[in-house]
Design a protein around this ligand. Structure first.
Ligand code: GAL
Ligand code: ZN
Length: 644
């Protein structure tokens, strides 16, 4: 049986208000930022297992994720559990002083589940069934899947509750990473109706919110409502938007069902799940409160010149999810992945640079997928900490060198990432709404967010990524890209922030619809007209991908104008603060110039003065109050760590 958690906080627990005390079990098992990877020993025999432990020790491995795809071995026959295959690995790892993030094994059910219960298989919008044979072939709404999953989790938790290697639970794996996240089967359809009933109460309220008088869509009962399936033309936008909300909630319910079991049986062991590279799928701000620590998988494309800044942005998102609490990089590739069309390798030094980038942005662990390259299966050409060529390889030597290096920075473990002066607003429901079809042009939330993040990144100005509900007062500057769909209440919060003295930069096509994707009437952008001192009369997207608006000044001054004459960038004093509006999508150089000006006015500077162009820095503060600056230079791969 499990023992309840020791409540005394660990000396290494980050001094951050959002850090739950149960993380002590995790931090107590580490001496420096965690280092390691996904460990899949079930793919190998005893000889390899012995070598694994020896090589892990030599490479400075302190943390591994175990058992992600272990369901088929652990429950070979329905209801008969056998963790014998795993016991020896847990014991050996404990003996070597390596902590385990133990997966709940529910990401991929064994073949007998769909064999006995074909109704657990997900169905696409066109009716196609997704069959077993790869992974994640389960319907997020299936009570049968959830029942089998939670039974397994209970057995597993009871079995390992007091195991000395257990540091952290890793629920499922990358929730929503595959197309099975959007299920349209009869069970999901029923679940969607239940979700809608709860949200709207009556079918008339739904008709109103969904604007169903358009195109004769008026419903007379919830039983008529379907998930948004393949249809002759554009589907109802709010039906699509609510379905996205529902899908995120259904996966969260799967996570919570497992979490509830773990909380009951092992209340002293912290819980996480690894998020996929910043994606549209899940509303991560609604998930994050249910994790004890945020975990992330990062796969920058070595062929993509913008990958470094994209990654910086994604790390800012991860740090922002729990209000600045350190997070864990649970997966990255030591070199190439195998799932792009062309899979570039990371040149020498790049893996080290990428890893330090994560630490600079607040990561308390650097892990890889995976420890040893698989011999068979779909991922055999994915790089690993131990390549097919064994330890005498460039990649393994670099892996071992980084392990030794990170072990020398013990004080970084649990150090608190310094708060930024700039906040960038991100809102998943807005992301979903913005990218719906039948808009003036195709819009790209991530692209726009990255374009607004880049001028700060390039100038080594730190940015926090925050939700609409965040406490904005501590920030000098708030950047709000494409906030197309916004409630009146949220809009009022932004206005209050500026009124109280903040500086805000808002960009085009913001404040257009409410949370039901109904246009805010009264002239665009109605909820922000007074704040911005402008009225937008028309949108004018160009054939070249440009965006223009016909803007009338209502108190704001024109800072820049379109060639055709009207204002393109405006500035407005509102209360004690200033609101800028970009009715356009400037090119990168112009964007940089503009943001340099905005932040100079707002009194926002870089993390460190006098950094050369191309080098950026982030700061963490250790337990004894020492600031540690990590300086990163992409072009040369240089990493410098400065204390004090
Ligand atoms: C992740 C996944 C891992 C592995 C990896 C390969 O999405 O969690 O199991 O498939 O990708 O890059
Ligand atoms: Zn389903």
């Amino acid at each position: 049986m499990s023992t309840p958690e020791q409540t005394e906080a660990s000396g290494r627990l980050p001094a951050h208000p959002a850090v739950p005390p149960r993380l002590a079990r995790f931090y107590d098992k580490l001496r420096a930022p965690g280092y390691g990877g996904d460990y899949n020993p079930e793919q190998w025999g005893p000889q390899v297992h012995d070598e694994d432990i020896r090589l892990m020790r030599e490479a400075g491995v302190s943390l591994v994720t175990l058992g992600i795809f272990g369901w088929a071995r652990s429950e070979p026959v329905p209801g008969e559990y056998d963790f014998g295959w795993l016991d020896g690995h847990m014991d050996r790892l404990a003996g070597a002083g390596i902590a385990v993030s133990l997966a709940t094994m529910t990401a991929s059910p064994p073949p007998w589940l769909p064999e006995r219960h074909p109704e657990t298989l997900p169905v696409l919008q066109d009716g196609t069934t997704l069959y077993p044979g790869s992974r994640q072939h389960w319907c997020p709404s299936s009570p049968v899947y959830r029942e089998h999953a939670t039974r397994l989790v209970a057995e597993l938790a009871r079995h390992y509750a007091d195991h000395p290697a257990l540091a952290l639970w890793h629920i499922g794996n990358e929730f929503g990473c595959h197309i099975s996240r959007h299920c349209h089967c009869p069970v999901s359809t029923e679940a969607f109706r239940r979700w809608l009933r709860e949200r709207y109460g009556t079918v008339d309220a739904l008709n109103d919110a969904w604007s169903t008088d358009f195109w004769s869509q008026r419903y007379t009962g919830f039983e008529q409502i379907l998930t948004p399936r393949t249809a002759p033309s554009f589907r109802n936008p709010i039906q699509q938007l609510d379905y996205q909300r529902f899908c995120s909630d259904e996966l969260l319910a799967c996570y919570l069902a497992e979490r509830e079991v773990l909380d009951r049986i092992t209340p002293g062991t912290p819980v996480t799940t690894n998020f996929v590279p910043v994606a549209k799928t899940l509303d991560l701000f609604s998930w994050a409160p249910h994790l004890d620590v945020v975990s992330y998988d990062s796969y920058p494309d070595p062929h993509d010149a913008s990958a470094f800044q994209r990654t910086a942005f994604s790390y800012d998102v991860m740090r922002g999810l729990r209000g600045g609490q350190p997070w864990l990089l649970l997966e990255q590739a030591p070199s190439a992945v195998n799932w792009r069309r062309r899979n570039g390798r990371k040149p020498s030094g790049r893996m080290r640079l990428d890893s330090w980038q994560a630490v600079a942005h607040g990561a308390d662990a650097v892990l890889f997928f995976q420890w040893r390259a698989s011999r068979g299966g779909a991922e055999k050409f994915h790089s690993a900490m131990v390549p097919h060529g064994g330890p005498d390889t460039r990649i393994h030597r670099e892996v071992a060198a980084l392990g030794a290096e990170l072990a020398g920075h013990a004080d970084l473990l649990g150090s608190v990432p310094a708060r930024a002066e700039v906040a960038l607003l991100l809102d998943w429901p807005n992301w979903w709404a913005l990218e719906l079809d039948a808009h003036p042009a195709d819009l790209d939330m991530l692209g726009t967010a990255l374009a607004h993040h880049k001028p700060f990144h390039d100038a080594s100005v730190a940015t926090d990524v925050v939700p609409v509900t965040a406490d904005l007062a501590p920030y000098k500057l708030l950047v709000v890209p494409n906030l197309y769909s916004v409630s009146t209440a949220a809009a009022a919060r932004l206005a209050a922030y500026v009124h109280g003295g903040g500086t805000l930069v808002m960009s085009f096509f913001s404040g257009i619809t409410d949370e039901h994707d109904r246009v805010h009437l009264g002239g665009y952008p109605a909820p922000f007209r007074e704040l911005l001192g402008v009225r937008v009369e028309e949108f004018d997207p160009g054939a070249d991908g440009s965006w223009a608006e016909v803007i009338h000044l209502e108190g704001a001054e024109a800072v820049e104008s379109f060639d055709s004459g009207g204002p393109s960038v405006t500035r407005h004093s509102h209360g004690a603060g200033t609101a800028w509006y970009l009715g356009t999508r400037p090119r990168p150089a112009a964007m940089r110039e503009l943001m340099d000006r905005v932040r100079a006015e707002a009194g926002v500077g870089p993390v460190l003065p006098d950094l050369p162009e191309g080098t950026y820095a982030r700061t963490r503060v250790t337990a004894d109050g020492t600031p540690v600056h990590v300086l990163l230079t992409e072009a040369t791969g240089e990493v410098a760590v400065r204390r004090g």
